[in-house]
Write a protein that binds this ligand. Structure first.
Ligand code: MN
Length: 456
């Protein structure tokens, strides 16, 4: 099966060019001017932007949080991802404390295997540290699990600093890379206790108990440990101006620090928590919380300067019925936002169409950088001969409106309800197969991606 995508504007991180793209089977066979079609089916892409399939390096599907399970599992979450142009997701396998990494990985392979509509991989969560787990790091690397995750908050996940330091040393030796959730847990717990003692139990207490300085403090704290361990790290879901300053300081010292942020930190502001309607405010509860306008502006500036390496969603969806669990106690609101379906169109609308960034910048943060960072370049993240034929055909001329009423995400709201969008995803190809046509999902079968070492 050969398909010739003719006359589209091919986007890479370096620039754009009007080129034909020939897909053959699961791969891209050729990219060039006036390619001969032969027996290929011709698709006119004039006026369309052709991006490599987007990669979302941060999703949580089928995850149990505080006694409830995310609204999206791998079946629904990856279908929503595809509809939004995301052809590869990297989710988080998480062993329970006391379990082996292998047990955690097996459980997540089970959750995704046969159910995932787009390609997928896993980061491995290190929520415990001992000799057995240290040995297992090498085994994970061999199985294509080359990135890891650690938490500085959440008692169920966090590990002591000495263990974190030893884990960083082991990852340096094995060539693995880790993303870290940076928030100062102890002070957050104190602030939560104070808020509850004062009877402040509504969702407005959520951002007040997780203030910006406590993220920056943890970022700085981690980066000093990483400096000593002499190992690169990823700051996941960085949300504040002050955290960026910590990253800049570390980079000036010569450290390699990668930064991920998320659409909700680029687009939303903390006034969302002021809504007197419990559910309207609870919809936005996530950690770190939605920040202030100055943070949002600082993040866009960092995007323009190339200081942010990737934009991922941290998709972790709960229905409003699930959010209601925290009606009388904000700490019982399951934390997380849906977003896997809308990242591409949001970044195009608020980034490219509004002139904050150019299409190649969008390609860099959604495609090329995550592919390199997570060791699947050039299989993914680029439109080039030999790469997987994962292609997003983006029509910049249309307009739309984001609404829960027409989303595939298995949740009854979106944080971006009513937002007018510029451009839309016309088609998505997953390894050469048409998976989405004008919003309509076709049959698609994802595959586990065995990743190599970080190449960014
Ligand atoms: Mn997350």
């Amino acid at each position: 099966m050969r398909i010739l995508l003719q006359g589209g504007t091919v986007v890479s991180a370096e620039g754009t060019a009007i080129l034909d793209v020939l897909l053959e089977g699961e791969r891209i066979a050729a990219v060039g001017e006036n390619l001969s079609s032969g027996d290929a089916r011709i698709v006119d892409c004039t006026g369309k932007l052709l991006f490599p399939g987007f990669i979302d390096g941060h999703t949580h599907f089928d995850l149990e949080v505080g006694g409830t399970i995310t609204a999206d599992d791998f079946a629904t979450g990856t279908r929503a991802a595809l509809r939004g142009g995301t052809t590869t997701v990297i989710d988080f396998a998480a062993p329970d404390k006391g379990e082996t990494l292998a047990a955690g990985l097996a459980r997540w392979q089970e959750k995704a295997g046969g159910h995932s509509a787009c390609d997928y991989g896993f980061h491995m969560t290190i929520d415990d540290w001992n000799e057995g787990i240290s040995r297992e790091i090498g085994e994970m690397m061999n199985q294509g699990i080359t990135s890891f995750k650690m938490y500085m908050t959440y008692p169920a996940m966090m590990i002591p600093e000495g263990d974190m330091y030893h884990a960083l040393l082991r990852l340096r030796e094995a060539g693995g890379i880790t993303g870290v959730h940076c928030e100062n847990d102890g002070v957050i717990r104190a602030l939560i206790a104070d808020a509850k003692a004062a009877g402040q139990t509504g969702p407005g207490s959520h951002p007040r108990t997780r203030p910006a300085p406590l993220e920056a403090e943890a970022v700085g704290h981690l980066l000093r440990m990483a400096q000593l361990a002499d190992v690169p790290v990823i700051i996941v879901h960085l949300s504040t101006r002050e955290s960026l300053e910590e990253v800049r300081a570390a980079r000036r010292r010569g450290q390699t620090v990668y930064v991920e942020t998320c659409p909700h930190y680029l687009l939303l502001e903390d006034e969302v928590y002021d809504n007197p309607d419990f559910l309207e405010a609870a919809k936005f509860v996530c950690a770190p919380p939605i920040r202030k306008r100055t943070d949002r502006e600082a993040l866009w500036e960092a995007m323009q300067n190339g200081e942010i390496d990737t934009v991922a969603t941290d998709h972790c969806s709960f229905t409003t019925a699930q959010k209601r669990a925290g009606q009388y106690d904000f700490t019982k609101i399951p934390g997380g936002l849906p977003g896997v379906e809308h990242r591409g169109v949001l970044l195009y609308t608020c980034g490219v169409a509004e002139g904050r960034i150019a299409a190649p910048d969008m390609c860099r943060v959604l495609c090329e950088n995550p592919a390199k960072l997570y060791g699947c370049w050039p299989q993914k993240g680029v439109i080039a001969p030999g790469s997987d034929a994962d292609i997003v055909v983006y029509d910049p001329e249309t307009e739309g409106t984001i609404s829960a009423a027409n989303q595939a995400q298995h949740v009854d709201y979106t944080p971006y309800e009513g937002m007018r969008t510029r451009g839309s995803i016309a088609q998505v190809y997953l390894r050469g197969q048409l998976a989405v046509d004008h919003g309509q999902l076709l049959a698609a079968q994802g595959r586990f991606i065995r990743r190599g070492k970080c190449g960014l």
